[in-house]
Design a binder for this molecule. Structure first.
Ligand code: HEC
Length: 228
């Protein structure tokens, strides 16, 4: 009994000291040496960050539709750091490789998003840079209408509710080119609703590969340290 009391006090002290070290002292030491990066003047608009600057059409509505249809249950929007996963090895996931822009996702990438759709699981591919990988609207419409139009084994659900079948008058420009078993009967066509267009606008805007202010500096540091 006598011995147990000091042990209890010691255990109690350790229970407080270890988290204090790991959650406060270690991060403080790590982060206190980080230098702040000044944004170049050209990156600022009205004294605010202009990054990310890529915006197309109705993608705010698209974001809500993406959320309401539960796309995030199967798709993430985050390219993990290489130590945490092999995302950067997958072609096009990190963004535009040809122009040397591909990179891991950074917190600034979500500046324009009302909600960061980080995602829950990866049953389908990561969509952080889907706007760089695919630029053709018709491709997106076919995928959403029925993913099996492009990939026979796809287990992505069909989002036909975003499309309207109507009697063929003058053929609409944006009518889906449905072939084979997906073709609709003679005299009808399938066109995207406004919701489908907004969702595609949103997907086209997913480009988390823009060069970040300060990125050159990091690259220089990386080059110098690998050259040594
Ligand atoms: C049940 C899981 C599931 C849900 C929910 C889902 N998807 Fe998918 N998605 C997949 C799978 C699996 C694939 C890969 C197979 C394929 O290409 O069809 C995929 C592929 C894709 C691709 C092509 C990615 C690429 O790199 O080629 C896009 C774009 C996409 N999904 C968008 C969406 C959107 C937008 C929604 C919501 C409206 C959605 N998905 C909902 C499972 C899902």
């Amino acid at each position: 009994m006598k011995k147990e009391f000091p042990r209890f006090i010691l255990g109690l002290a350790a229970a407080f000291i270890v988290p204090l070290l790991l959650l406060i002292v270690v991060p403080y030491l790590q982060l206190s040496s980080v230098e702040s990066v000044k944004y170049a003047e050209t990156d600022e608009v009205d004294n605010a960050w202009a990054y990310p600057s890529v915006w197309t059409g109705a993608n705010k509505d698209g974001e809500k539709i993406y959320a309401s249809l539960g796309c995030a249950y199967c798709h993430t929007q985050m390219i993990r750091p290489t130590y945490a996963g092999a995302d950067m090895w997958r072609k096009g996931w990190g963004g535009n490789e040809a122009d040397g822009l591909a990179r891991e996702t950074q917190p600034e990438d979500y500046n324009n998003d009302q909600h960061a759709m980080l995602g829950y699981m990866r049953i389908g591919q990561d969509l952080a840079n889907i706007g760089t990988r695919h630029t053709d609207r018709a491709w997106y419409h076919l995928k959403l209408y029925n993913a099996r139009t492009q990939n026979v084994d796809s287990n992505m659900p069909s989002y036909k509710l975003l499309y309207r079948k109507q009697p063929l008058g003058i053929k609409s420009e944006n009518a889906l080119k449905l072939e084979g078993r997906f073709a609709v009967e003679e005299g009808y066509e399938v066109i995207p609703t406004e919701k489908a267009e907004a969702l595609v606008d949103y997907l086209l805007s997913r480009k988390m590969d823009a060069k970040l202010p300060g990125q050159e500096k990091q690259e220089e540091v990386a080059e110098v340290s690998t050259a040594k």
